[in-house]
Design a protein around this ligand. Structure first.
Ligand code: IMP
Length: 482
């Protein structure tokens, strides 16, 4: 019997649900030996698990009990898409963290992000328009050390998409080339944009990309790249790019600052801290399946390096990963063994609106894969579980969960390698479903149908984490705090 089968036995045969009862709300924010009120939230699977909404809710919860909040983002850029509903308005955030919608919060866009200046300006303007305001609700600080992601990077990625398999699934936001510039040791940073010699620095950069792209047989100026709204614009000449980036600089300059001292002060004076990671554990280049991995550090340890040692992930009081309760969505070329029957996948896609927030692409829908999730949770030392979409369950369809892989008749574990995954065969358990409509307005775990309670207990035990939050629908009030 593998460990998942023994948890199945405990929960479904012996009726042990203690993990739901022993969870105590106040412990989450003040764990013994940890820095109080410090939380990090991460995508636990392959992205698009609804972290933005969870981060938004946690931020408002912390601000109910505290007069200030530090909201930190450390990775990714315009490839992320976080939908939050605020005052009856739906806002899709990309580079700004969800904390930007909260008064009394300070949002830091951290050193290891790759920010696209014009997209950031568009995003700020979108928030202004959606909320009919002229100033962001939160204070925004952009670390002067943060890296830039420019249209040159997007153009190079567009060229690579035609020539290399690795870039095919990319969001087109230039993320990999921007991170590659860091490895090549010639990145451009926010303080370069803010400085007086931006024109010179941009020229050197533009010429390099012009030559790289010419070497591949294309002309940089003529390449079309997507902006935040997905419209295609030509990169244009150096002068045209200089003009666009200089316009963005005028808006952004006031936000670009050194942040180290401020961060260190917040950590020692016990300001509540909420870190929202972008992308997900299964998209990390060390833990994910090529080519569908992104270039940033998607693990908790990225917080330590982006803050130069200040936000120590081992000290955090909450290290929560978010997954969709009954299925996993995935975009890209990866082929997972846990592929779902097409009809059920389509039903879920429609009911849960499984289309990319940044690209609008329909997402693949696969079964919950415990070997994969437990690998990701273990390698990243996740401690709490957030489950979204608990309402996606149909009383006539058992919830199928993969509990093992078989290879040549032997039980084997998950490894992030497509060739390996092509060979394994999933072993499933069929778990009793519940009626998704019946969980939509529930506020407490104990009010949920017994099948849903059993399921939450089983998944939490299997992943070695404590249930932390459950969402039962898209609205803020459709949340169960465990
Ligand atoms: P990139 O981040 O644009 O380089 O894309 C690399 C891979 O990560 C592609 O397979 C993308 O679809 C995936 N990816 C990047 N960001 C997200 C996200 O926020 N959700 C889901 N997939 C993502």
């Amino acid at each position: 019997m593998n460990k998942f089968q023994s948890f199945y036995k405990q929960v479904y045969k012996q009726g042990k649900l203690d993990i739901l009862q022993t969870t105590k709300k106040q412990n989450f924010f003040k764990k013994p030996g940890r820095r109080a009120n410090s939380l990090a939230i991460i995508g636990g699977a392959l992205g698009d698990e609804g972290k933005g909404r969870i981060a938004d809710e946690l931020a408002s919860k912390l601000l109910k009990n505290h007069s200030s909040l530090l909201f930190y983002r450390d990775n990714g850029g315009a490839n992320a898409g976080h939908t939050v509903e605020f005052n009856q308005t739906k806002i899709v955030l990309h580079q700004l963290g969800a904390g930007v919608l909260q008064k009394n919060a300070t949002v830091i866009l951290g050193k290891e992000m790759v920010l696209h200046p014009q997209d950031l300006v568009t995003e700020i303007e979108t928030v202004y328009q959606a909320l009919n305001i002229k100033k962001l609700p939160a204070d925004l600080m952009i670390d002067e050390m943060t890296f830039l992601c420019l249209d040159t990077h997007r153009a190079f990625e567009a060229v690579l998409k035609m020539r290399s398999t690795g870039s095919k699934g990319a969001t087109g936001r230039g993320i990999a080339p921007a991170y590659a510039d860091i490895l090549y040791r010639h990145p451009l940073r926010m303080r370069d944009l803010a400085g007086d010699d931006w024109d010179k620095k941009l020229k050197t950069h533009y010429q390099l990309y012009q030559q790289l792209i010419a070497g591949c047989g294309f002309e940089l100026a003529k390449i079309e790249v997507p902006n935040l709204k997905g419209e295609l614009i030509k990169v244009g000449s150096y002068q045209q790019l200089l003009k666009r980036t200089t316009q963005a600089k005028k808006v952004l300059k006031k936000y670009i600052k050194p942040v180290y001292e401020y961060l260190a002060k917040c950590w020692t004076d016990k300001t509540p801290i909420l870190a929202e990671k972008a992308q997900a554990l299964g998209l990390d280049k060390r833990w994910g399946v090529y080519p569908d991995v992104t270039s940033s550090n998607c693990s908790f340890d990225g917080l330590l390096s982006s803050t130069e040692g200040i936000i120590d992930h081992d000290q955090l009081s909450v290290k929560a990963a978010t997954i969709k309760a009954t299925y996993t969505s995935s975009v890209g070329a990866r082929v997972l063994p846990t592929i779902m029957d097409k009809q059920l996948a389509e039903r879920i896609r429609k009911d849960a609106n499984e289309y990319g927030a940044t690209t609008g692409r329909p997402r693949d829908v696969v079964h919950i894969d415990l070997p994969m999730l437990s690998f990701l949770f273990k390698t990243n030392k996740v401690e709490e579980l957030v489950m979204t979409h608990l309402d996606i369950s149909y009383s006539d369809v058992p919830v199928k969960v993969c509990i093992a892989y078989k290879l040549n008749g032997k039980e084997v574990g998950y490894r992030p390698d497509q060739e390996y995954l092509n060979k394994v065969k999933p072993v499933y358990l069929e778990l009793p479903p519940w009626d998704g409509n019946q969980v939509k307005n529930k506020k407490e775990l104990k009010e949920l149908p017994i099948e849903a309670q059993q399921y939450i207990a089983f998944i939490s035990l299997s992943l070695g984490v404590r249930p932390f939050m459950i969402t039962t629908g898209p609205k803020r009030e459709q949340t169960i705090e465990c």
